[in-house]
Design a protein around this ligand. Structure first.
Ligand SMILES: [Zn+2]
Length: 326
């Protein structure tokens, strides 16, 4: 894992539409000071409210991950947060003039492309890492997600759809900026034709089209150019998971294994982490004289902890209970 915090060298902007509203959105990513984390700012609302990208701000996980501060919501955060986390950007302010992060092509590719153009800037502060020291398992029916100690961040996702084209797929990756950009970032979100129809009938996914999602029916992929990877579906699940884990507010050191999981299970896992402080510790990574990396455990007294990690502030009421075992 990297030793220092990073931001970006200068601001970058893009424009797109919201997947669910179909409305245009402009988005600008700006450099930010040490320990800012990722923070969204709604420029279209009076007083330009700011929404920190933290798990205790999550208000909805039904179709995408939505965070909010009071009435100011930002939805579909996962692909942009995946791009920032995947490339190792710790601190940034994301300004937008709508309630949804633009869907772009349904992947994190356009965000990664943009962020890579401006490069990262190393900051004069060590990264703080949430290091898993004891396994945590969350089960929710046939869905399961667990996290165990690992030297680095590793993500393993498994999906199993009763569809010939998808079926059972597994993908495992040791996450670093290079591999993230190459293997995960460009995997697009996907949906089934009959579900997409239903969503549109109910006023959702109004901006959804073959330009921003892989759409599948009984016969195969409807997108004219087909898939970007034979296992694009499970790779996208890896992206969603990395994007949601960014809501921990700092990099995770551990191996996360998710089976048939979605945004709701990702959130539940993060809540289980927050509620089981004996299963992890905050560490600061430092380079020793002999070039080895030292992990220094940071104090987690309440005052220091609140400053370090917002999730030590009591989280929002948990979603429907699932079994989480430390
Ligand atoms: Zn997604």
């Amino acid at each position: 894992m990297e030793l220092f915090q990073y931001t970006i060298r200068k601001k970058v902007s893009l424009a797109g539409i919201g997947l669910h509203s179909g409305e245009p959105v402009n988005l600008t990513i700006k450099p930010a000071a040490v320990d800012t984390g990722i923070r969204f700012v709604r420029l279209d609302l009076g007083q330009e409210p700011s929404v920190p990208a933290f798990m205790n701000r999550v208000v909805d996980t039904s179709l995408a991950t939505t965070i909010a501060e009071d009435d100011a919501a930002v939805s579909t955060t996962e692909h942009l947060l995946g791009a920032l986390a995947g490339l190792g950007v710790d601190n940034a302010v994301v300004e937008l003039d709508g309630a949804e992060v633009p869907i772009m092509d349904g992947s994190a590719g356009p965000f990664v492309h943009l962020l890579k153009k401006v490069h990262r800037r190393r900051q004069k502060a060590p990264k703080r890492v949430l290091k898993i020291i004891k396994e945590i398992v969350c089960r929710d029916g046939d869905k399961m997600i667990r996290v165990l100690p690992y030297d680095g961040l590793k993500v393993t996702c498994e999906i199993d759809f009763a569809h010939d084209l998808i079926g059972k797929q597994v993908y495992a990756i040791d996450v670093n900026p290079k591999r993230f950009a190459k293997e995960i970032a460009t995997a697009r979100t996907f949906g089934f034709m009959d579900e997409v129809k239903k969503l549109k009938e109910h006023g959702y996914a109004l901006g959804g089209s073959l330009d921003n999602a892989v759409v599948v029916d009984q016969l195969g992929v409807l997108n004219k150019d087909g898939l970007r990877f034979a296992d694009e579906f499970v790779r996208h699940k890896v992206l969603d998971l990395i994007g949601d884990l960014a809501l921990l507010g700092c990099p995770l050191m551990g191996h996360v294994i998710a089976s048939k999981a979605g945004h709701a299970q990702h959130l539940r896992m993060m809540q289980a982490i927050a509620n089981n402080p004996d299963c992890w510790q905050f560490v600061r990574l430092e380079q020793a004289d002999d070039d080895t990396v030292l992990e220094r455990v940071i104090t987690t007294t309440k005052a220091a902890g609140n400053k370090i990690m917002p999730f030590l502030v009591p989280p929002a009421p948990p979603f429907a209970a699932g079994a989480c075992l430390a």
